[in-house]
Design a protein around this ligand. Structure first.
Ligand SMILES: Nc1ncnc2c1ncn2[C@@H]1O[C@H](COP(=O)(O)OP(=O)(O)O)[C@@H](O)[C@H]1O
Ligand SMILES: [Mg+2]
Length: 485
């Protein structure tokens, strides 16, 4: 009986053994299929256990527990390393965890073992896509869809591939899109170095310093250190005049600055300097004195004595005309200044109320020798460039011929304007064809007859028929008296 019992028990041992090993066992998260030592006769049961294990793993894959899937598959591989389904599951787990290198490897293994594996082709196509190998991705996905045209996963990977093949939409350019080529930085550094090198050389005056248009050396002068510019006081054709303060000599000056746009014009620059040289020859209380000329790299300045007062032009704008005795006072100074200039053979050429300064002290000063001419025996009556102000210019000066008598003509126009308030050519009654001048006494009755005569003679078209010298002019004016009404 005991023997019989033992025999029955032994007969059931293999069955217990299978029962103990049939279901996959999870040990510390690892599948242990435990198919070792299975006898040959139990193949069917082995397959069922593997099937169970794979189903279990597939469910894990769906839950997203990829670590468990990979560990379980690894365990299964120990005994089933030819089973393509394990490789497929591993490829999928890697694919889902975005490890496309491993996904590619295991998908390739699965395909090698089962060439009609839709899932493996799909996973490998996805891996190729991630590696930007569109051609191989397309091949694999085509194979997958040929094998199963209804595979939804294959279709979605195909969509991804198609999307990747579309030309990138043009996005709006942003600043970060403008990447500069590397050579640009090299170029930039070279330019900076060249500039720095040039600045250093300039600093040590290696080039010998700046020069003017004639190649003469110029000093780098900071005019604003020497003079404090207070305000602009006048502007003419060639320059602008500023009231300024000489910081060193502690006195007011008038600084005439050449217009920047004319600085490079040789003729104007020379003309500007010629004014300076001309005035520098003249020292007279009735001529505005020049102190110095400053040529800097960027400009040219003439520095004059500052006259506190107003020009005859401004005065006539305010008062229309000036009474006879005051006119005499003003013209006494003007005649003295002009007579002195003529004695130095300098013809002013632009005598007009705007160039006669009446100082607050009462003395008048002639200024603006910008177009003045130095008369020599050989150039007297020779042609010069026409320059001056037409309303005050003699007929010959308008043709380019200057002489002391052309200044006397201008002096007479100024006197007429000071007494009457208008130049002879704008007075009512002036005959343009005969050029007959309306005597000033007809407009201003206090003007004596000898002044009518003085002016009309001085305005003669023929310079030789005019009053010949400034002294004669002044003598007549000095000896005349206003007519009492
Ligand atoms: N030395 C000076 N003192 C005071 N004002 C001056 C002086 N020089 C010029 N000005 C003012 O500047 C104006 C222009 O000066 P000016 O020498 O006639 O130059 P431009 O050649 O431009 O006519 C004058 O009308 C006068 O108002
Ligand atoms: Mg002027």
């Amino acid at each position: 009986m005991t023997k019989l019992l033992m025999a029955v028990l032994f007969a059931f041992i293999p069955l217990f053994g299978f029962a103990a090993q049939a279901a996959p066992i999870i040990v510390e998260g690892r599948y242990s299929a435990g198919f070792k030592n299975i006898e040959d006769g139990s193949n069917i049961k082995k397959a069922a256990a593997l099937e169970n294990a794979l189903n279990e793993i597939e469910r894990k894959l769906e839950t997203g527990d990829y670590t468990t899937v990979l560990n379980a598959c690894q365990s299964l591989l120990d005994n089933n390393y030819d089973d393509p389904r394990i490789y497929t599951l591993m490829a999928r787990a890697y694919e889902e965890s975005k490890d496309f290198d491993n996904a590619y490897y295991f998908a390739s293994q699965a395909i090698a073992k089962s060439p009609s594996n839709v899932e493996a082709y799909t996973t490998r196509a996805h891996s190729y896509l991630e590696r930007k190998d569109i051609m191989r991705a397309t091949e694999d996905i085509d194979t997958a869809l040929k094998l199963n045209p209804r595979s939804s996963r294959a279709k979605s990977v195909q969509d991804l591939i198609n999307e990747a093949q579309k030309p990138a939409k043009k996005k709006r350019a942003s600043l970060s899109d403008y990447r500069l080529p590397p050579w640009f930085f090299v170029y930039f550094v070279c330019v900076v170095l060249v500039i720095a090198f040039y600045v250093v050389l300039r600093y040590y005056n290696v080039f010998g310093g700046p020069v003017d248009v004639k190649g003469r050396k110029l000093k780098e002068v900071n005019i604003k250190e020497q003079y404090h510019f207070i305000r602009p006081i006048g502007e003419g054709g060639m320059g602008k005049v500023y009231e300024a303060y000489d910081n060193a000599l502690k006195r007011k000056v008038a600084v005439k600055r050449i217009k920047p746009e004319l600085l490079r014009n040789d003729y104007v620059r020379e003309q500007f300097l010629s004014e300076a040289r001309m005035v520098a020859m003249l020292h007279h209380p009735c001529i505005v004195e020049i102190y110095t000329v400053i040529e800097t790299v960027n400009s040219l300045y003439l520095v004059f004595e500052y006259v506190d007062g107003q020009t005859l032009e401004t005065r006539l704008d305010i008062d229309s005309y000036i009474d006879f005795d005051e006119v005499k006072n003003i013209f006494e100074s003007v005649c003295q200044g002009l007579s002195y200039a003529h004695s130095q053979n300098i013809v002013h050429c632009d005598l007009k109320p705007g160039n006669i300064m009446i100082a607050d002290s009462g003395v008048a000063k002639v200024m603006d020798f910008g177009v003045a001419q130095k008369i020599t025996d050989d150039n007297e009556d020779k042609s010069h460039p026409v320059a001056g102000t037409p309303a005050y210019m003699s007929p010959e000066q308008q043709k380019g011929i200057t002489s002391k008598q052309s200044d006397i003509y201008s002096l007479a126009v100024c006197l007429y304007e000071a007494l009457v308030g208008q130049v002879p050519w704008s007075v009512k009654g002036f005959d343009v064809t005969t050029k007959k001048i309306v005597p000033p006494s007809q407009i201003a009755p206090y003007v004596p007859k000898e002044i009518d005569e003085l002016i009309i003679r001085s305005l003669n078209e023929d310079p030789s028929k005019r009053i010949q010298t400034v002294e004669q002019f002044w003598n007549i004016l000095k000896n005349s008296q206003a007519v009492n009404s």
